[in-house]
Design a protein around this ligand. Structure first.
Ligand code: TNX
Length: 517
């Protein structure tokens, strides 16, 4: 071949290669170096790159009402963060670079398992259930969000590869105490949105306590008319109507978060005792309470009206709560004699079952005659618990010294309490639920929950600074296998999530420990 012919052949070829290299911009991260939290089971990077402008459509395979909702939410997220329009198609005929969301019942045994594949011309998210697919979409959203935050305007493509994932525990929870201080539906929705980023799947509402009754009970209206009127410090309090609560439940369900309602019984009941004189043994209503002491109140276990009250409350709330659990409290009932406590709980547990719910309670319930299906929430220090393990009940770990989001980070933290010690970010991450309680059979543990008690927490920013980032570590403990969890790797990944929280206007705790990017 003459030099001339070589030239006219090769020069355009070089230009073409160069052009296509320009057309496929480098991704901000390689897939297996993307700082995902919780860390997935497996991430394999490929050298494929998916240009964002090649993605114009999403198609869904598998009919399901919730699949439609989560796809719409995903499309909103995508359009907001990539500035690219996505259309939703439900068939296979659409050409072009598409995202495919597929429910495939034979995909896995695991309810929440998913596989996410990013190739040069398509993205697929597959799961056995809509829930699995939802968890996969949350991973894809993190890849997009983290890339955008780091890449700024250069964010034009996604890294290729494959994420195969499933959770370590089926119960990965948060708890919000809306009794000590009340929080609006809007605040709750915001918390739900943040929790769903990190694959939390249960939100437990502490709906009643000495300081406030926070849910409308139509057959006992004074509970909210009187008992909902104040809160710690004497503020105006508030309550959820049943319609409000249904709205919260639906909002959470669309994000695959199950709501667990708690009515704390028979102690922590001053708000009810102030609302109805007949619930007191002496027939006199108590005063409303706005302090933060615990353990001074009890329903009158002797009176039949107490059980009529308990049944009405459990019935009305169960009727609007589709979740499997009803939490009956049972903690710190210091002024209820043990014999009375056991008798009261025996009857109350039967009522919970009558309304087709699985009973759940703080671990003091172990002293009563409980059935094995009862879910016990372990909250105290290890020593208190090891003596009591003789039942086969399921256990949810909420250890005060590791899980309590109301514990101060250190001596300088303005909000929070410190009776279970300080809880810095590292301590909240670096522990193992299966070995925390000596002699507890690990098979009994269904997961973990991070409570946020709100004696000192007054608004959403207070929630945010106590929960974030500790709840992110908590979410990873619940999702990621113990063998894969290492503080150093986690701290490095977490350092990229400060920007993410900031972009969402979340006032997280950023004082120490993490070298925030
Ligand atoms: C203990 S833990 C409580 C709550 C308080 C919390 C404050 C538990 C089941 N009961 O009533 O709000 O400590 O940290």
């Amino acid at each position: 071949m003459s030099q001339f012919i070589k030239k006219i052949f090769f020069v355009p070829a070089i230009i073409l290669v160069a052009m296509s290299a320009c057309n496929t911009p480098d991704p901000v991260y390689v897939l297996d170096k993307t700082p995902l939290i919780p860390l997935p089971l497996s991430v394999l990077a490929s050298d494929e790159v998916m240009p964002l402008d090649a993605i114009g459509s999403v198609r869904t395979i598998g009919a399901d009402e919730r699949l439609k909702v989560i796809t719409e939410n995903f499309i909103n997220f995508w359009e907001k963060h990539t500035q690219q329009k996505l259309i939703h198609v439900a068939d296979l005929t659409h050409g072009g670079g598409a995202i495919t969301i597929e429910i495939d019942k034979s995909f896995s045994q695991e309810q929440e398992a998913y596989k996410l594949k990013i190739a040069s011309d398509k993205i697929t998210v597959k799961g056995k259930t809509t829930e699995g697919v939802f968890r996969g979409l949350k991973t894809l959203e993190q890849i997009v969000f983290l890339s955008k935050l780091r890449g700024k305007t250069e964010f034009l493509s996604l890294p290729g590869g494959e994420v195969t994932d499933q959770p370590a525990y089926g119960y990965r929870g948060a708890m919000l105490d809306v009794a000590r201080h009340f929080f609006s539906v809007a605040d709750v929705k915001r918390y739900i949105d943040l929790l769903s980023i990190y694959k939390i799947n249960f939100l437990h509402f502490h709906l009643s306590d000495d300081q406030g009754w926070r849910i409308e009970i139509k057959s006992w209206p004074k509970l909210t008319e009187i008992g909902g009127k104040t809160e710690v410090g004497g503020g105006e309090g508030g309550f959820y109507t049943q319609e409000d609560f249904k709205e919260i439940i639906k909002y959470a369900a669309d994000r695959f978060i199950t709501i667990v309602p708690e009515i704390d019984l028979p102690g922590h009941t001053n708000a009810a005792l102030a609302s109805y004189a007949e619930l007191n043994c002496d027939g006199k209503a108590t005063e409303l309470y706005t302090g933060i002491e615990v353990g001074f109140s009890t329903l009158c276990v002797e009176k039949e009206v107490t059980y009529a009250f308990v049944e009405d409350v459990i019935r009305e709330i169960s009727e609007i709560s589709p979740g499997p659990y009803f939490h009956i409290g049972g903690d710190e009932s210091h002024v209820t004699p043990q014999k009375d406590f056991n008798r009261f709980m025996g009857r109350t547990l039967a009522i919970v079952k009558k309304y087709m719910k699985t009973p759940m309670g703080w671990y003091e319930l172990i002293n009563a005659n409980i059935s094995e299906e009862t879910l016990l929430q372990y909250w105290a220090k290890t020593e208190d618990f090891s003596k009591l393990i003789h039942k086969k009940s399921k256990i949810l770990i909420s250890a005060a010294s590791y899980n309590y989001l109301d514990m101060k980070y250190d001596s300088l933290t303005p909000l929070g309490l410190s009776w279970a010690g300080y809880l810095p970010i590292r301590k909240a991450y670096e522990w193992e639920p299966k070995t925390l309680v000596p002699d507890l059979d690990p098979e009994q543990i269904i997961g973990l929950e991070a409570p946020l008690w709100t004696e000192t927490i007054e608004d959403f920013d207070d929630i945010a600074v106590m929960a974030f980032p500790r709840i992110i570590g908590h979410a990873e403990i619940g999702w990621t296998n113990a063998a894969q969890r290492k503080w150093e790797g986690y701290a490095e990944r977490l350092s990229f999530h400060g920007q993410l929280l900031q972009a969402l206007d979340v006032k997280y705790y950023s004082e120490t420990e993490i070298d925030w990017k």
